[in-house]
Design a protein around this ligand. Structure first.
Ligand SMILES: C[S@@+](CC[C@H](N)C(=O)[O-])C[C@H]1O[C@@H](n2cnc3c(N)ncnc32)[C@H](O)[C@@H]1O
Length: 280
């Protein structure tokens, strides 16, 4: 089964096919990869064979592994994911690192806002790291909010998190959030609309368009968020935005034009300027 699955994944253009095949098999069998090795010669029950076939067919259609397994780790925490939410990326951990550096007092009752909540990976991780903080998360997708709500409960931070349905394209959107906040984080959609179909199939075909599409130049969401920035961020508070490769200078310019003071961009592990901080 391992060999056949790896062959099918390789034929679908997937790198690391044998590693992924192992993950699919252990997920189907509800067994660790170590158990799979030690029991590798046992005959597989037909139910497991069928499950492996079904999971392999999904991966061959290039559905992201995280949607198939239903979970992705972020900042060492398990996050439930579904096709309603962007799969949390390691690059986004740079937002958390930057927040912890700029707000060194972990015990303060910070007020935190996350614009474009998705799975909740940014807001809920911050609520874990700041045990007295309270947070608000906004998303235009009701299905994403349901996933984030499940994650808030599973991580034990639900009482400190308010999750709101809203859309920053609608005038007056920021009024309902109950600001201002000490820290506003956002990882908005930032892909140029015309380039989305050329991305890898896992992203282009399976991740939500609403989580990807940043308009013609990729910067539409930053303009709308920055315009509300001075009202949403306390005096001396911070706005931290994740951006795509090559966008940092433009995003900093948008923040400055809105009356915020941009700080030096923070690079991710690949050396890409990933987080654009600004102070109010
Ligand atoms: C790139 S995803 C980021 C999700 C999560 N914060 C993360 O880092 O993995 C952007 C999120 O913004 C939400 N979104 C997109 N446009 C929006 C809008 N106009 N108003 C509110 N939320 C929006 C999407 O539904 C999506 O969940």
């Amino acid at each position: 089964m391992l060999r056949d699955t790896a062959v099918a994944l390789t034929a679908a253009g997937i790198d690391n096919a044998r590693f992924e095949a192992r993950l699919l098999l252990s997920h189907a069998a509800c067994a660790s990869t170590d158990e799979m090795i030690s029991r590798g010669r046992d005959p597989a029950p037909s139910a497991i064979v069928e499950t492996v076939r079904a999971l392999t067919a999904r991966r061959v259609r290039r559905e992201p592994m995280a949607y198939i397994l239903g979970e992705r780790e972020f900042w060492g925490l398990p996050f439930k994911v579904s096709p309603a939410v962007l799969v949390p990326r390691p690059d986004s951990e740079t937002v958390i690192e930057t927040a912890l550096r700029l707000l060194p007092d972990r015990a303060r009752a910070w007020r935190v806002l996350d614009l474009g909540l998705g799975s909740g990976c940014l807001l809920l991780t911050l609520l874990k790291e700041f045990p007295n903080a309270r947070g608000v998360g906004l998303d235009a997708s009701a299905d994403a909010l349901a996933v984030a709500g499940d994650n808030a409960r599973a991580l034990g931070v639900a009482e400190r998190a308010t999750l709101l349905h809203g859309d920053w394209r609608v005038p007056g959107w920021a009024d309902a959030l109950g600001g201002p906040f000490d820290l506003v984080v956002t990882n908005p959609p930032y892909i140029e609309a015309a380039t989305i179909d050329g991305l890898m199939p896992e992203v282009a075909r399976h991740e939500p368009r609403l989580a990807l599409d940043g308009g013609a130049d990729g910067l539409a969401a930053y303009r709308l968020i920055a315009a509300a920035g001075p009202r949403l961020v306390t005096a001396g508070g911070h706005l931290l935005a994740e951006g795509g490769e090559g966008q940092a200078a433009d995003i900093a310019g948008i923040f400055a034009a809105a009356g915020l003071r941009p700080l030096a961009p923070v690079k991710d592990l690949a050396g890409i300027e990933r987080v654009i901080p600004a102070v109010h």
